[in-house]
Ligand binder design. Structure first.
Ligand code: KG4
Ligand code: ZN
Length: 334
């Protein structure tokens, strides 16, 4: 089975060719960091235009890397949301056109499902159900991944996503964009106990997340402490919150999960990964984190989610809409 995967929901344009037996034959990616850097965040209009320009050449390059053509694929998988609607439309419309032209089925993939299933691309032994901490620039959720297409959302953020907090902190500290890697580098040089910062919702009964108060506290600390100490203290506070909330969810699950899994851009953070690793071993659970390139947005995870859905008989009509908001859990608000 061979799937073409397309991703364009935020600021990465990507195309990949993935097989049903977990081989990534090609994965091409074009970031837009330089275009958005002057604004300190992703500008939707700039993103959509950049996706239009980048996507076709990336698809051609991916086919050439893999030495296959459109006629060799079994299905075309494209992100259909959630995300910046202009960008989502570029990838989805392209996917529909290719599927239609080649007479192949379309698989409309939820971007979050791409992140949620990506650990299974990297780890053939990862079985359902697993507890997933999905931490990215747009989302911060705890999901019980029960099967392909079956996700129970146990927690979400009531304000900012964890990655967003990293990006805003980087902006406040003048560290540039995207903020996560810059904050992590600065944090390595600072003292995590130097700046007293809050741990929003730590100890709360429901395992939800909140990061807005932390960001405000960082804003107040700017000028009173060095950037490296603020970065280190901020990162320690985020790790504390993620850990506390994940522990809360773990204790509340009735059926024992096979593993604790982390995915999404913030999963690239070393401190986050090692704290979760420790939590998993505390509970006698396996810890799974995809390789760094698979944590941040890419099309291999969309191709893989497409492969899992296609194998389960889940394909979509060509009039499937692009969605700015789209919850993975039908019982949870988007
Ligand atoms: O999953 P992703 O590539 O895009 C979304 O779907 O949002 O996640 C991007 C987010 C950004 O907020 C970025 O700052 C954060 O992931 N990030 C990190 C690190 N690398 C990326 N956050 C903390 N530490 C990192 N090393
Ligand atoms: Zn993402």
């Amino acid at each position: 089975m061979l799937i073409l995967g397309l991703e364009s929901s935020c600021d990465e344009t990507a195309a990949a060719l993935v097989t049903g037996d977990r081989r990534v034959l090609a994965h091409r990616l074009a970031g837009q960091e330089a275009a958005h850097a002057p604004y300190g965040g992703v500008v939707p209009e700039i993103a959509a235009r950049a996706h239009v320009e980048a996507l076709e050449p990336l698809i051609e390059a991916a086919f050439s890397d893999a030495g296959v053509t459109l006629h060799d694929v079994d299905a075309v998988a494209a992100t259909a949301g959630p995300g910046l609607i202009g960008g989502v439309m570029v990838g989805l419309v392209t996917g529909k056109a290719l599927a239609h032209a080649a007479g192949k089925p379309l698989v409309a993939v939820n971007h979050l499902e791409g992140h949620a299933l990506s650990p299974r691309l990297a780890d053939p032994d990862l079985d359902f159900p697993y507890l997933l901490l999905l931490v990215s620039g747009g989302h911060c959720q705890l999901l019980l991944v029960e099967n392909v297409g079956r996700y129970r959302r146990l927690a979400t953020t009531i304000d900012d996503a964890a990655g967003e907090a990293f990006d805003k902190t980087a902006k406040l500290l003048g560290l540039g964009f995207p903020g996560g890697p810059a904050v992590e580098r600065a944090a390595a040089l600072g003292d995590p106990r130097a700046v007293p910062l809050p741990r929003p919702l730590k100890g709360a009964a429901e395992p939800h997340f909140s990061f807005a108060g932390l960001k405000s506290a960082v804003a107040r600390a700017v000028g009173q402490h060095g950037a490296e100490d603020i970065a280190a203290s901020f990162q320690a506070a985020v790790v504390d919150c993620l850990l506390d909330r994940t522990r809360k969810a773990l204790v509340g699950i009735e059926a024992r999960p096979t593993a604790l899994v982390v995915a999404g851009g913030v999963a690239a953070n070393g401190a986050v990964r090692s704290a979760l690793q420790a939590l998993a071993s505390e509970h006698g659970l396996r810890f799974v984190a995809p390789p760094l390139w698979l944590c941040t947005d890419n099309a291999a995870m969309i191709g893989w989610a497409g492969a899992e859905r296609f194998a389960a008989g889940l394909t979509d009509p060509l009039d499937t809409p692009a969605r700015a908001r789209w919850s993975l859990d039908p019982n949870a608000a988007p």
